[in-house]
Design a protein around this ligand. Structure first.
Ligand SMILES: [Zn+2]
Length: 410
């Protein structure tokens, strides 16, 4: 018996798996294990091989090849956790036969999925979409991906006629807090190429992410009782204010899109003695990060003479790199995905991600890992929705993809 992708999805979104940035444990919240342990059970029930959960909560499983030729092992990865930006507790999924127009969510009528803000909706007229009731997020990010992978796995197990090489499955915790690959055991996973199933609109594929660094400017001043501060106090806050006004406003997240880079001041902490400001550097070209560093260095040089007694330091740390460069080393990984998407009757499209993914980190670790659409939209908020058609197309694409790998390997 095949279970539908919708039934699986509805089961997974009911389980609260919100991760937490504040936590120091791994996984960051133990409730993620509720879903991870359930997936172990379900993978075992589907008769996959080597089904296991490690001490960090990573779930892995294998499907042995059913063809003679030595096809590279292809992995599929999804994360169980949901974003902390909206509650994921007691999700009440609404199944809607979409007829067009705005969608007002029943649990909170102030939450409206607007047709004008969701151009994708028009491709779903006459189709089924799933939303929350407006009081929580839906959790399509990334439970749609989990349901898609599990449904594809079941189809492979039930259809020996689908030719495929070795397939590896990986479910991870803590992606939303940037730690999804922290303890990911690449060797144990055993894939030669992998795909995260964590994108959105049907047909959209991702092979590019930002390259990212973080920067910290620290201004050291000198504090003294304000009553006797004349000519002695050096207020680091004032120096930092002069730095902030000089940061480029046309290179900010709120003024850029597509392939445009940004420098984003995002955490400010300070008092007279010491003020720190953290920045995010983001550019699709890794070389652009050096330019961003130079911009801050120039600003610091300009501000120094205005506050000669203050000491100003700049520190840069690498965050992650655009996965494009890693993916170019083996063009099959992206070429076959493109072909598989076309075979699903979709018009494939490469879309740059203005962020990082687990795939960008895995690619940097040596496992090439582009991203596949799930049919979900508006991730991390109460207006999140999922297209059932998009989810079904994603299942089809995953099944086509493993067949393309088997076919093209002689
Ligand atoms: Zn995600």
């Amino acid at each position: 018996m095949n279970e539908s992708v919708l039934d699986r999805f509805l089961r997974y979104v009911k389980i609260d798996t919100q991760s937490s940035e504040e936590s120091t444990s791994y996984p960051s919240t133990s409730k993620q294990l509720d879903l991870l342990n359930l997936l172990v059970k379900e993978l075992k029930a589907l008769n996959l091989k080597d089904v296991r959960i490690d001490k960090y909560g990573y779930v892995m499983a294998s499907l042995p090849s059913n063809v003679k030729q030595a096809v590279p092992a292809v992995g599929f990865i999804a994360h169980v956790d949901t974003s902390s930006s909206a509650s994921g507790e007691n999700v009440k999924a609404q199944i809607i036969q979409y007829k067009g127009g705005d969608i007002t969510l029943p649990g909170d009528p102030s939450v409206v999925i607007k047709e004008s803000e969701n151009p994708e909706l028009k491709n779903n007229i006459g189709k089924t979409i799933i939303t929350s009731d407006g009081t929580t997020l839906l959790g399509a990010d990334n439970k749609a991906g989990i349901a898609i992978i599990m449904t594809a796995v079941q189809a492979i197990m039930n259809n020996p006629n689908i030719p495929h090489g070795p397939v590896k499955i990986g479910f991870t915790p803590d992606e939303e807090i940037g730690a999804g690959t922290k303890y990911f055991d690449l060797k144990a996973f055993g894939a030669d190429a992998a795909y995260t199933v964590d994108g959105d609109t049907a047909g959209e594929l991702n092979k590019e992410t930002f390259s990212a660094d973080s920067a910290t400017i620290t201004v050291h001043g000198r504090n003294i009782h304000p009553g006797s501060a004349k000519n002695i106090m050096v207020n680091s806050i004032r120096a930092m204010a002069d730095i902030i006004v000089r940061t480029p406003k046309n290179m900010a997240p709120e003024t850029t899109e597509g392939y445009e880079p940004y420098i984003h001041p995002h955490v400010l902490k300070g008092e007279e003695e010491k003020t720190t400001l953290n920045f995010l550097f983001r550019d699709f070209e890794t070389s652009g990060l050096v330019k961003q560093k130079i911009i801050l260095e120039k600003i610091i040089e300009e501000v120094k003479p205005l506050h000669p007694k203050a000491k100003i330091e700049l520190e840069i740390k690498e965050s992650y790199r655009n996965m494009r460069e890693g993916l170019e080393k083996d063009p099959r990984v992206t070429d076959y995905l493109w072909e598989a998407t076309k075979r699903s009757g979709l018009e494939p499209k490469w879309v740059p991600i203005r962020g990082g993914t687990d795939g960008s980190r895995l690619t940097a670790m040596g496992l090439p890992c582009p991203n596949i659409f799930t049919g979900g939209k508006n991730f991390h908020g109460k207006t999140e929705w999922a297209s059932l058609w998009g989810m079904e197309k994603s299942v089809e694409t995953v099944l086509n993809l493993i067949q393309v790998w088997a076919e093209k390997t002689k």
